[in-house]
Design a protein around this ligand. Structure first.
Ligand code: GDD
Ligand code: MN
Length: 379
């Protein structure tokens, strides 16, 4: 090759980055530019790129990230539409990398970017996963957490200890780094729901490596948020608990199925309360009361599933209403499935009324789950 055809090192893509730093964002407008500056300083001398993955934040984070990308060859932005979710954003960012190593860091400056070179060195020395930890050595979380968040975080850490053994001091950390090759091997088994991507990666990778996964931890102090607000919510907590049970069942029960069943259980309570209202307050006859209560319960199930179980593909606008109609339709068939299965089992005198009833309920939950995934909340 002649020397004139060698690409100039400043051209985007001419030098393969050693490290991709993924920054998931939702409404982080005021944090992005100072974070890019901080990363630039911390990673001086290392060939790296920054990949901002934004879920079309209303505050214009993606536009700002793209204007930074226009000035800086090592910044780019994945601008996602119609999707929400921290885990899926991290997965998508890492999947788009061509670097040797990938890291994930929050946009709000809570994670200490100055330990990234040390994290990279640990991975280069052979660690499979390097975790920025608030709970080992010099690390701590007191500055970044309120008392109740601290209690929640401690509880979540213990719960996930059940899953991972005691190999991780901070399984809830959203700050980690690993070889891209390892990410590529685990990505098919990762859940795209919720917040807890690291826990998910560790459990999946550990299974792939028969418990031989080499984890390194680098301590840091969790800082208060720079600007904006946290996106943590009760929904995220419910999704996290779902992930734990799903992982304990080794994926036999997907998180979304557990949440769907949980919502179904709340539907029973809603149904009974609505039925009491229609019979005793509105003075409907039983058939009409039962029908009206069914519609109320189906509607509340639909809304809860849309907000919780399928938060990552939440239907809005016109699609909210067409989704509701398809949900009503599927649930009506689900009821037919319920009643027929229960009757067949009952009539064959295989078992008692109670077991036949439960079998019918299980049948309709499985049916509704499977079919609404096909028609209501499609991938
Ligand atoms: N793309 C995208 N989509 N990014 C998101 C979304 C989303 O739906 N939700 C949150 N993020 C981004 C935020 O913009 C931020 O950069 C990062 O994910 C963390 O979100 P925060 O809202 O700041 O979460 P937190 O501080 O409450 O939780 C953090 O600390 C936990 C430790 O207890 C996260 O790092 C968690 O991963 C970590 O477990
Ligand atoms: Mn935060």
């Amino acid at each position: 090759m002649s020397s004139t055809s060698a690409p100039a090192p400043s051209v985007r893509g001419a030098v393969r980055p050693r490290l991709s730093v993924i920054v998931p964002t939702f409404n982080e407008h005021d944090n992005i530019e100072p974070l890019v500056e901080k990363l630039q300083r911390a990673l001086e001398g290392i060939t790296f790129e920054i990949i901002v993955v934004d879920d079309n934040s209303p505050d214009g984070t993606a536009e700002l990230a793209k204007s930074l990308a226009a000035e800086r060859p090592n910044v780019r932005c994945i601008h996602r539409f119609g999707r929400r979710g921290l885990s899926s954003a991290c997965i998508e960012g890492m999947a788009s990398s061509a670097a040797d190593f990938v890291a994930v860091i929050d946009a709000d400056h809570q994670h200490d970017e100055t330990i990234l070179p040390l994290m990279l060195a640990e991975a280069e020395a052979g660690a499979d996963i390097v975790v920025g930890s608030r709970y080992t050595g010099e690390g701590n979380s007191s500055a970044g957490f309120t008392k109740s968040r601290q209690a929640g975080s401690t509880l979540a850490t213990r719960l996930s200890g059940i899953l991972t053994g005691k190999t991780l001091s901070d399984p809830m950390s959203g700050f980690f780094l690993m070889p891209r090759s390892l990410f590529n091997t685990v990505v098919p088994s990762l859940s795209r729901e919720g917040f807890k991507i690291l826990l998910d990666i560790v459990v999946s990778a550990d299974r792939l490596k028969d418990g031989e996964l080499a984890i390194a931890e680098v301590p840091y102090s969790f800082r208060p948020r720079h600007a904006g607000e946290s996106k943590m919510s009760p929904l995220i907590v419910a999704q996290f608990l779902g992930l734990i049970v799903s992982k304990i069942s080794r994926g036999v029960l997907p998180t979304s199925f557990l949440l769907f069943s949980l919502v179904g259980a709340t539907g029973v309570v809603v149904h009974m309360a609505a039925l009491a209202f229609f019979l005793f307050v509105a003075e409907f006859n039983f058939a009409n009361g039962q029908l009206a209560a069914t519609v109320v319960a189906m509607t509340s199930n639909y809304i809860l599933n849309n907000e919780l179980t399928y938060a990552d593909k939440r239907l809005t606008g016109r699609r909210f209403w067409t989704g509701l109609l398809s949900f009503y339709l599927v649930c009506s068939f689900g009821t037919v499935a319920n009643v027929s299965v229960a009757s067949v089992i009952y009539e064959a005198q295989l078992t008692n009324v109670f077991v036949a009833g439960i079998a019918g309920v299980v049948m309709s939950v499985v049916f509704n789950y499977a079919v609404t995934r096909m028609f209501t909340w499609r991938d």
